[in-house]
Every structure is written in C-alpha cells, then in structure tokens.
Design a protein around this ligand. Sequence first.
Ligand SMILES: Nc1nc2c(c(=O)[nH]1)N[C@H]1C(S)=C(S)[C@@H](COP(=O)(O)O)O[C@H]1N2
Ligand SMILES: [Mo]
Length: 349
Amino acid sequence: MHSEAPFNAEPPLDRLRASFVTAAQDFYVRSHGDIPKLDAATHRLRVCGRVDRPLDLSMADLQALAPQRTLGAVLQCAGNRRADLQPVKPTSGDPWAAGAIGYAHWTGVALHEVLRAAGAAASAHVAFDGADQVEMAGRRFRYGVSIGMPRALQDDVLLAWAMNGETLRPEHGHPLRVVVPFYAGVRSPKWLTTITVQDHPSDNHMQQQDYKLLPASVTEATVDWQAGLTINEMPLNAAICTPQAQARLAPGATTIRGYAIAGRRAVARVDVSADGGGSWVQAALRHDPETPGAWTFWATTLDLPQGEHELVARAWDEAGQTQPACAGDVWNFKGYLCAAWHRVPVSVR
Ligand SMILES: Nc1nc2c(c(=O)[nH]1)N[C@H]1C(S)=C(S)[C@@H](COP(=O)(O)O)O[C@H]1N2
Ligand SMILES: [Mo]
C-alpha cells in the first residue's frame, strides 16, 4: 500500500505473475481522491455537449441501449515502475514498483454506441467526469479527462460495469467506468457520471497539468505543461516478477518469470540476462493471440552460480524495437513511463 487516503496499492509481483487474468482483489488501485460510495440503482450517466439528443441514463437504460460485450484489456498506470527512476533523481508521486498494471476481462457497452444514440457531432474530443473529488495544486475539483474522438469511436473503448464477470468493486469504479485499452490508466475514468462531446480536450487539471511527459531538464518550477506530451498510448515494457529484488537464492536452476507488453504490437521476444546485460537468453512467451489487449507472460530457467547477480529483462516488439537500457535515459520529474530494462539484484549463496 502506497497510501490509505487516497487509496493507492499494488500487489506483490509474485502474486501478480501467478495468474494470467488478474483477480479484482489483486488488481492495483490508483485513486486521486476519496472512493465515492455510489448506488447502481440510482446512478445516472449524462451524455451532453455537442450532441443532438442529450441523454440522462440509469444503469438499466445503459444496459438496454446496446449489446453487452466483454473484452480482455490491460490497464496500467503511467507511473508503473516509477521506483526504478527514483534512484537516478527523486520524482514526484508514489514509488510504484512493477505492479501498477493488471489484465482483466471487462464487460459493458461500447462507448461509440452511446455516442451514436446521443447523435454526437463530428467533434474532436470526448470528455469524461468522475464522481470523485480530487485535491491537487491547492484546489478541489472533480476528476476529469478526455480522449480524442477517433479513439472514442473504436470498438474496444468500453463503458464497463463488470470486471472478470463480477460487478465492479467500489475501488475500481463501481458502478460504471471507462476502459480505454492501450492507453495509460488515467484515461479510463472510474465512477463515470458525465460524457461531454466537445471541440477541445478536457480543461480539467488531470488532462492539462498532469500525466504529461516532459524532458529531463524540466522541473516542477520550470514546467510549461502545454509543451508536455499528453500520455495516451503506453510504451513497450517488461518486468521481472520472480524472483523479487534482493531475493536470496540457492545455487543452481532458477526460473525467472515476468510480464511484457507492447501496446498494439505483439511482444516478439524477451531477453533475460543474469549478468547485467552482458549476455542474454530468450524466454518462452505465453500470448493470448485472440486478445490484442492482453499482456505476454514469459519465463526462462537460468543456472545461477554463487555470488551477486543483476537479473535483467528487456522486450522486443514486432517492429524490432526494444527498450532503453538505463533509467537515466528516460528520467522525468513526474516519474512517468519508466520502460528501461528491468534490473533485479539477487544474491545466490
Ligand atoms: N474517477 C477517477 N478515475 C480514475 C482515477 C481517479 O483517481 N479517479 N485514477 C486513474 C488512474 S491514474 C489509473 S492508473 C486508473 C487505475 O484504475 P484501477 O484503480 O481500477 O486499477 O484509474 C484511472 N481512473
Ligand atoms: Mo495512473
């Protein structure tokens, strides 16, 4: 647990790696304010802005509006693996290890069906509001973000009420959340109350002044948020889940296990090193070819002699791209998108 209020927690990595589908109770929670207590029986979803027919829907109305669909998708915080950046230089934000990620089956209706029912104009952006109040930068406001209309119209963007076949838990957005596969978790608002079709991105602090990628030279004091890259698609990444950092192992065969993710491309290869990247072996991969939004699990067994070792993992995607070697290459003061080689020191004796 990183903090109790707001509630922020991630599972131990061995537990995360134990199941291809992450159980709801093991799924990381990232919240910016208090978890609102909402009642599905009285909850309303408003669809407004540049639409011909503004909607004010109960959960039952929403469920009757379009066919229900279930899809598998990874959700990942842009701050996943931030802890690996902090030894380079401190950053703001909680020191997430590699557990601010999970894979679940989400059930709901496609956002584009709701936009069509409302007669959404050919506007550029779709903004979302959550029911939670966030306190940031000395202000108190409702959580809000937006995505571009082209992404909003794709089939895989869901308004979801269930996770792994069960009603959403309060901490994961009960009774309704957005799921935008491949995008950073921040664009998948929980406790959804309002969808606004508009010609500009959300002017909410969350969209304008947070979750942006800035160069290493920029600090909290000098930041020009408009110059930052809005974090949407998540980069190629891989993490070692077992053994865990600082593990003491017996000499001999040790199985190294982890996950890898390549966004819309497939993970083509995962290399594992027991000598800090001096030499590599290729791990066996487990994909779900039916589900582009799923992650890849990988494993390999290495013979580790006595001594101190730095285990390293790096993934390659179908385009032959791989990850940067050092956390220092990707450091930024907000601590986002740490996709450097994952390095795990272990001692064998
Ligand atoms: N309303 C609301 N939605 C939110 C957040 C939030 O604080 N409030 N946090 C976002 C962030 S940064 C992430 S990473 C994901 C986390 O989803 P989870 O807690 O279900 O894992 O929710 C996103 N949606
Ligand atoms: Mo996040």
